[in-house]
Design a protein around this ligand. Structure first.
Ligand code: DGL
Length: 275
């Protein structure tokens, strides 16, 4: 069974793509909605919360866990991999590495913009990982602290959200006029993608947007092709082998079911858990 973890609803944008590509496994989604957003929290707190979620998903039978959260990938993944898990029993993967791997093929100017939570920006993870791909890249980051709260509260489609979309994009684009590639470095941001595209079109700049769902799913397919031993483990722990997903949340199950419909095309049943 594959576990997908996010601080809230954002990881559902990754889950959708992974299930389409890998419908032969079972999934357990965990949203720590009661403690979201993570993006403004300290390293220690994000690490502690993420570790609790990883341990919980492992206890429920997941032997592969995707941190479908850039903030957790940036602030907790490496420490968890090094200190807290036995790779013979459990693999934990993040979303930043697969995302940066596609950037060199996409950019012509080699000027990259990164939109992310304050935690991800402060970690410099995107800058470090992008420069490993190509040390000649010029990277400008923009923290967008209001975007996750707008999405978690269901306010992202209204006119009020336009103000914060324009504010952060104007700030970022004014700092580098050569940016031709924009990474949505938070799994919540695809829900604002149409507003982001509308604003960019209004600036008459040609900028390609990198959204993570399809990229992370393709990367996972590739990873599993290289790791047949993990395929055997997740198949053995996927009883229905039908792409079924059980949704867990630390918030109210009813609230999760209502809000998740913004991200998913189908109605779902969720279960409340304590971490
Ligand atoms: N979806 C998470 C991410 O990718 C949201 C972070 C948050 O909770 O602030 O970073």
């Amino acid at each position: 069974m594959i576990g997908i973890f996010d601080s809230g609803y954002g990881g559902l944008t990754i889950l959708n793509h992974i299930r389409q590509h890998l419908p032969q496994y079972d999934y357990l989604y965990l949203g720590d909605n009661a403690r979201a957003p993570y993006g403004t929290r300290s390293f220690d707190v994000i690490y502690e919360y993420t570790l609790q979620a990883v341990n919980y998903l492992h206890q429920q039978g997941c032997n592969l866990i995707i941190l479908a959260c850039n903030t957790a990938s940036a602030k907790a993944l490496r420490t968890i991999q090094q200190r807290n898990i036995n790779p013979d029993e459990l693999r934990v993967l993040g979303v930043i590495r697969p995302t940066v791997e596609v950037v060199p093929q996409r950019t012509r100017t080699k000027h990259i913009g990164v939109l992310a939570t304050p935690g991800t920006v402060a970690s410099e993870s995107y800058v470090i990982e992008l420069l490993k791909q190509d040390p000649t890249l010029t990277i400008t980051q923009q923290a967008c602290p209001m975007w996750v709260p707008l999405i978690e509260s269901g306010e992202h489609l209204g006119d009020g959200a336009n103000y914060f979309v324009e504010k952060y994009l104007t700030d970022l684009l004014s700092r580098d006029s050569l940016i031709d590639t924009l990474i949505l470095g938070c799994t919540h941001y695809p829900l604002l993608q149409s507003k982001i595209e509308t604003f960019i079109a209004s600036t008459n700049r040609r900028i390609s947007i990198i959204s993570q769902g399809e990229i992370v799913a393709n990367s996972l397919v590739d990873y599993l092709q290289r790791h047949p031993e993990i395929v055997a483990r997740i198949s053995a722990s996927s009883p229905s082998r039908s792409g079924g997903c059980l949704y867990l949340t630390t918030e109210s199950a009813k609230k999760f079911e209502e809000s998740a419909s913004l991200f998913l095309a189908e109605p779902i049943r969720a279960q409340h858990i304590e971490l």
